[in-house]
Each structure stands twice: as structure tokens, then as C-alpha cells.
Design a protein around this ligand. Structure first.
Ligand code: SAH
Length: 386
């Protein structure tokens, strides 16, 4: 098997599974893009098996510490292990991220399950070349009605791949309802704007909704209304939801109808909306998209967070609650919390931490791979100044 010799002190010697171009001492045996390769240290000792793509910044991603082929048996084993973990973590196995890339030992493979519809993404070249094997494994483990290959993520460009959405198993599905935490959502994984739901936030929806009874709620960056609907169902006095996407707002309206709750959806830019909003809310939720995908733009991103924190806090009176989320791995928990403190200082408000939030357990964190831990959230209450 062809492979790479890794430089001393590379990440992989600290438990990470990624090899950057600068970590490579030399290649042997002429590995081709998309190949399964072996990794060795500078004394020729084996470090495991990886997938290879020289046109990506991350040239190799290890998926086993042993010698291992990528065959149907491998994928069946990994998917079965992922399913067992989700069962043990108490995740609804009919509606979850069933396989999450590095965290489940299959770098670049994401598998979401919406009952009998499976949505597959392949974000690395090697896995993309093995879609047929993954498909066979999925049929063996789940026998799904439909498999959709939803490869429209921009991440694929980093691996030199095109974007594409296609049906690879079963008949073309229509939009269909799924139920989660007692709330019905309509998903349309083939023709919809995105894969489906923000599965990573499902637990936070319930955690925030548990505080919403009797409150006037503002859900900022609502998408199709995960937080808004959960709060309305939990007995909020009123719920308003803001998203810049017209598609998201129509999906939200449809979902509100399906659940027979009152949610007012407004298509607007949250930055503008908060500027002119009046102080008529008891609970404000902020769940923006990642403001940065890299370290370079982190400063600008933090300015963005500061602005929405400041504006939200100005709208809240004593007893008011802000739930704020950050899904950028580059902004650490500490940095994000500092940002909240700085905004509260400017707004002259004293905050008490009520609860911390994180990604749902179907997005498992491997501490040796810090990139797997990306979503953090805080719910804070404005208390009388001291
Ligand atoms: N809160 C949602 C997920 C939000 S994803 C949930 O829990 O399911 C981020 C959303 O922010 C997307 O729907 C996107 O359309 C929206 N968005 C991005 N920039 C925005 C802006 N400046 N103003 C309002 N919405 C924005």
C-alpha cells in the first residue's frame, strides 16, 4: 500500500487524525487522489490507514489505527457502531444524524436519518468515490425507502469536487412530516433548501422552550422555527421569529400551521430588525449562522456577535432572558463568553448564567479532534444591577 511518512511533532502524534501538507515528510509508492494509504512515522512504524487527497489542505485523514480496507463490511461495521452509540445516548434513532464524519470514524461521510429516508453527504474525495459501497451498507443496515445524495455543501470545493443533489435509491419522495420533541416539521430533503433540520440544535430547542412559558419570545435567525415552535408549544405568550430567507419563513409558517400554534414570522435582517425593535420581549434567542469559517475573519465575526448581544440586551429588562449560540469552532467557549460579558458591560446589565447548551449527542465530540466540538450556547438572565 502506498502512503506517507509523517514529520515528527505533527498533530497525529497528539491523537488527531488529520495530516496537513506541512506534516508530510515524504510520500512512498505513488499514492493517487482518493486512495486508501498507510501512514508511517519517521522510523517506519505504522500509524494506521488513511484516505488521501493531495489537492485538499488536509492531505490525509486517518480512519483506522490498523491496516484497513474501505469495503462494504467496513461501512456496515462503522454504521452499526454509530447506531449503537446513538441508542446508548438516548437519541431518537429514527430522526438523527446517524453518522458524523470523523466523530464516527468515517471522515467526510454524513448520514442523516429521517425515518425511512436517508440523506447522505460525501465531503471527501475518497468517500465520494465509494458512494456505491456506502449505499450498499445503508441498505443492509436500515433497508431505507429512499436514499438521497445531498452533495450541495460548499465544503466539497476544498476537495476539488462539484456540488450535486441526486436520488440514488427508491422513488422520488415528496415533502413529508417528521415529529421531534412533540413538534411536527415538514422536511423536503430532495427539493428543499437544505438537508433537512438543524439536528444539532434539537436538544437546545427543548432546553430553551422549558423557560418560555408565559413569555414574549423573539427567535432571531429562526430558520424554519426550531426554537419558535418549541416555545409556542411550551406555552409562550407570544412568539415572533426573524429570518432573512423567505424560504425559511414560509417553511416556518407552514410548520406553525401543522402544529396549530401562533408564531409570527418576519422576513428581515436581524441586525436591522434589532436596531429598530422595541423593548417588548422577555426571551430573545440568537442562533446565527457561523460568522467565520477560519481564523482570519474571527475578529470580524466577534464584532458581529458583540453587536447582536448588545442590541438584544438593550431590549431586555430585569428578569429578561437571552439564549445565544455560536456554531463556529474557531470562536471558543471562553471567547464567546467574554464577548457576552463585554456586551453586557456596554449595555450596563448584570447577567446570571442559567444554563449552558451544546450540540446534540448525535454530533459526538472527540476531545483529540477539537474541530468536532463546535456548538456552544448560553442562556442568561438579566438581574438587578449590584
Ligand atoms: N435557529 C435555527 C437554525 C438557524 S440557522 C434552528 O434552531 O433550527 C441560521 C439562519 O440564519 C438561517 O436560516 C439563515 O437564513 C439565517 N440568517 C443568516 N443571516 C441572517 C441575517 N443577517 N438576518 C436574519 N437571518 C439570517
Amino acid at each position: 500500500m502506498a502512503g506517507l511518512i509523517i514529520q515528527p511533532r505533527a498533530r497525529i502524534f497528539h491523537g488527531h487524525d488529520w495530516v496537513y501538507a506541512s506534516d508530510v515528510k515524504k510520500a512512498f509508492g505513488n499514492p493517487e487522489p482518493g486512495d486508501v494509504i498507510s501512514l508511517k512515522d519517521f522510523r517506519d512504524r505504522p500509524l494506521g490507514t488513511a484516505i488521501y487527497n493531495p489537492s485538499s489542505q488536509i492531505v490525509a485523514r486517518r480512519f483506522s489505527r490498523r491496516k484497513q480496507d474501505l469495503d462494504v463490511d467496513f461501512f456496515v461495521r462503522r454504521i452499526t457502531q454509530a447506531l449503537a452509540y446513538r441508542r446508548s445516548a438516548g437519541i431518537d434513532e429514527m430522526l438523527c444524524r446517524m453518522v458524523w464524519s470523523e466523530s464516527d470514524g468515517v471522515p467526510g461521510v454524513i448520514i442523516d436519518r429521517y425515518t425511512d429516508v436517508i440523506v447522505l453527504q460525501t465531503l471527501t474525495l475518497a468517500m465520494d468515490m465509494r458512494v456505491a459501497l456506502i449505499q450498499e451498507a445503508l441498505i443492509e443496515v436500515f433497508d431505507p425507502r429512499v436514499i438521497i445524495l445531498r452533495n450541495d455543501s460548499g465544503i466539497r470545493k476544498a476537495e476539488g469536487m462539484e456540488l450535486d443533489i441526486s436520488l440514488i435509491h427508491g422513488e422520488k419522495p415528496k415533502a413529508f412530516p417528521v415529529e421531534v420533541n412533540g413538534i411536527t416539521f415538514e422536511v423536503d430533503p430532495l427539493d428543499g433548501q437544505k438537508t433537512g433540520l438543524y439536528l444539532d440544535q434539537l436538544q437546545a430547542h427543548a432546553e430553551v422552550a422549558a423557560m418560555a412559558k408565559g413569555k414574549r419570545v423573539l427567535d432571531c435567525f429562526s430558520n424554519q422555527g426550531g426554537f419558535a415552535l418549541a416555545c409556542a408549544k411550551a406555552g409562550a405568550e407570544s412568539v415572533r421569529a426573524i429570518d432573512i430567507s423567505g424560504h425559511a419563513i414560509s417553511a416556518l409558517n407552514k410548520n406553525a400551521e401543522l402544529n396549530r400554534v401562533n408564531v409570527e414570522g418576519i422576513e428581515a435582517n436581524v441586525f436591522d430588525y434589532l436596531k429598530s425593535a422595541s423593548a417588548e420581549y422577555d426571551l430573545i434567542i440568537l442562533d446565527p449562522p457561523s460568522f467565520t469559517r477560519n481564523k482570519k475573519t474571527l475578529k470580524d465575526a466577534m464584532r458581529g456577535y458583540k453587536e447582536i448581544h448588545l442590541r438584544a440586551l438593550k431590549l431586555l429588562d430585569k428578569g429578561g432572558i437571552m439564549s445565544t449560540f455560536c456554531c463556529s469552532h474557531h470562536a471558543t467557549r471562553e471567547l464567546f463568553l467574554e464577548n457576552i460579558v463585554s456586551a453586557s458591560t456596554d449595555a450596563k446589565k448584570t447577567l446570571r448564567l442559567m444554563r449552558e447548551h451544546t450540540q446534540r449527542a448525535d454530533h459526538p465530540v472527540l476531545p483529540a479532534i477539537p474541530e468536532t466540538s463546535y456548538l456552544k450556547g448560553f442562556t442568561l438572565e438579566v438581574i438587578p444591577a449590584r
